[in-house]
Design a protein around this ligand. Structure first.
Ligand SMILES: Nc1ncnc2c1ncn2[C@@H]1O[C@H](COP(=O)(O)OP(=O)(O)O)[C@@H](O)[C@H]1O
Ligand SMILES: [Mg+2]
Length: 353
C-alpha cells in the first residue's frame, strides 16, 4: 500500500448569508496517496474551490464555517489547527496555485526576489547566494528561458503563461509535500494551457509531490491525473482511477461532463453538448439525489432518498441509484461514448501506467 498523505473525512463547509446558510461542501471524503495526482472536476459552483481552500484553511470565518469533518494531513487534523499553526503549513508543506497568476505575485517586486523570499523563509540555514542559485534553477525547471535575466524582471514583463510558470516556481520553492492547483490553466489560451499541463506532469514525474488538480474540463484530466473525483452540488458523486472514470463511468453526471468535452475532431464543435438544467440551490438542497432534476434516467427513489456511494471496485465508486442491484441496467449514452472514444483514440494518455 502506498503511503497516504491526505485523508479528508466528511468535510462540510457552510457559509452564513442573509439569504440563508449555503451548504457549499456537503460531506466530502477522499484519500490521496503520496506522489499521486487527484483531479477534482465539476461544473462551476460545484464546490471545487471551497474544498481546496478549505484544505489550506483559507475559508474566511465568518461567513464560512467548518461545519463538520476532518482534514488529516499526514495524520494531523488541519481543521483543528490554529491560524498560527497553519502559517507553518501553508506555502511550506502545502502550496497552492490559483487561476489568476497576478493575484499570487507582487507587482512591485522582481520575481527572482519573490522566489528567494520563499526559499529563505522556508529553508532554514540557506544563504542569499544559495537562494539565488536555487531561484534561477527553479525558473529554468519551470521552462522559463534565460532564467538569469528573467530573475531580475518584474511580473508585468512576463506573458500570462510565463507568469503562471513563475507562480509554479514560487509554489515549488518550498518543496511542498502537497501542491493544490485550482484551475491553473483556465485563464490561459489553449496552447499555453497544454504547456502548463505538460509542466505539471513533469513535476509529478520528477518529484514525489502529491498534487490536487482542480478543473472544470474533464478533457485535461486524462493527461494529468491518477485519480478523479467528480463533484456535484458540494459532494463527490464519482471517484475512481483515471481509467475507471474514462473507460467505465457510472454516474449520469460524469456522462454529462464526458459528453460535453470539446470534440477533438470537430474544432468548430457544433455538437458540443451541455448538461441541461442547472445545479440546485445549496441553501435548500433537494431531498434525495441532488442531480435528480437533471438526470434523464432519474427514478422515483431519486426524488425521495439520497443514494449512497456504491462500490464498483476497491478504487471506484459512484453515488447514484442506477447502481442499485434492482435498478434498470442503463449504459453510457451512445453520443457520450463516441466523445470518450475520440479522446482515448487520440492516445494522449499513452504514458499512463
Ligand atoms: N464566501 C461565500 N459566501 C457564500 N457562498 C459562497 C462563498 N464562497 C463560495 N460560495 C458558494 O459555494 C458554492 C461552491 O463554490 P466554489 O467552490 O467556488 O465552486 P467551483 O470552484 O466548483 O466553481 C457556490 O454555490 C458558491 O456560490
Ligand atoms: Mg472554482
Amino acid at each position: 500500500m502506498a503511503e497516504t498523505i491526505l485523508e479528508v473525512k466528511n468535510l462540510k463547509i457552510n457559509f452564513k448569508t442573509y439569504a440563508g446558510t449555503v451548504q457549499a461542501v456537503r460531506g466530502v471524503n477522499f484519500t490521496l496517496e503520496k506522489g499521486k495526482t487527484l483531479a477534482i472536476v465539476g461544473e462551476s459552483g460545484s464546490g471545487k474551490s471551497v474544498t481546496s481552500n478549505a484544505l489550506m484553511k483559507l475559508i474566511p470565518q465568518p461567513p464560512g464555517i467548518y461545519a463538520d469533518g476532518q482534514i488529516l494531513f499526514e495524520g494531523r487534523d488541519l481543521v483543528k489547527y490554529t491560524e498560527k499553526e497553519m502559517t507553518k503549513v501553508r506555502g511550506n508543506e502545502i502550496a497552492m496555485i490559483f487561476q489568476d497568476p497576478m493575484t499570487a505575485l507582487n507587482p512591485t517586486m522582481k520575481i527572482g526576489k519573490q522566489i528567494m523570499e520563499v526559499i529563505l523563509k522556508h529553508k532554514k540555514g540557506t544563504t542569499k547566494d544559495m537562494a539565488k542559485k536555487r531561484a534561477i534553477e527553479l525558473l529554468d525547471q519551470v521552462g522559463i528561458p534565460y532564467p538569469e535575466k528573467r530573475f531580475g524582471q518584474y511580473p508585468h514583463e512576463f506573458s500570462g503563461g510565463m507568469r503562471q510558470r513563475v507562480v509554479i516556481a514560487i509554489a515549488l520553492a518550498a518543496d511542498p509535500k502537497l501542491l493544490i492547483a485550482d484551475e491553473p490553466t483556465t485563464a490561459l489560451d489553449v496552447t499555453i494551457q497544454a504547456q502548463i499541463i505538460e509542466l505539471m506532469k513533469e513535476i509529478q514525474r520528477n518529484s514525489n509531490t502529491s498534487i490536487i488538480f482542480i478543473t472544470h474540463d474533464l478533457g485535461v484530466v486524462a493527461n494529468v491525473a491518477d485519480y478523479v473525483a467528480v463533484m456535484y452540488a458540494g459532494q463527490i458523486v464519482e471517484y475512481g482511477s483515471v481509467n475507471e472514470v474514462f473507460y467505465n463511468p457510472k454516474h449520469p453526471y460524469t456522462w454529462g461532463l464526458l459528453g460535453s468535452m470539446p470534440d477533438l475532431e470537430n474544432k468548430s464543435d457544433e455538437l458540443l453538448r451541455t448538461i441541461p438544467g442547472s445545479p440546485p440551490d445549496l441553501i435548500h438542497p433537494p431531498k434525495g439525489d441532488a442531480f435528480a432534476a437533471r438526470n434523464e434516467f432519474a427514478m422515483q427513489i431519486d426524488y425521495e432518498q439520497e443514494p449512497p456511494m456504491f462500490e464498483i471496485s476497491p478504487t471506484h465508486s459512484a453515488k447514484t441509484w442506477l447502481l442499485h442491484p434492482d435498478a434498470p441496467k442503463i449504459d453510457v449514452p451512445e453520443e457520450v461514448q463516441k466523445r470518450i472514444d475520440g479522446y482515448l483514440a487520440k492516445g494522449e494518455n499513452t504514458d499512463a501506467e
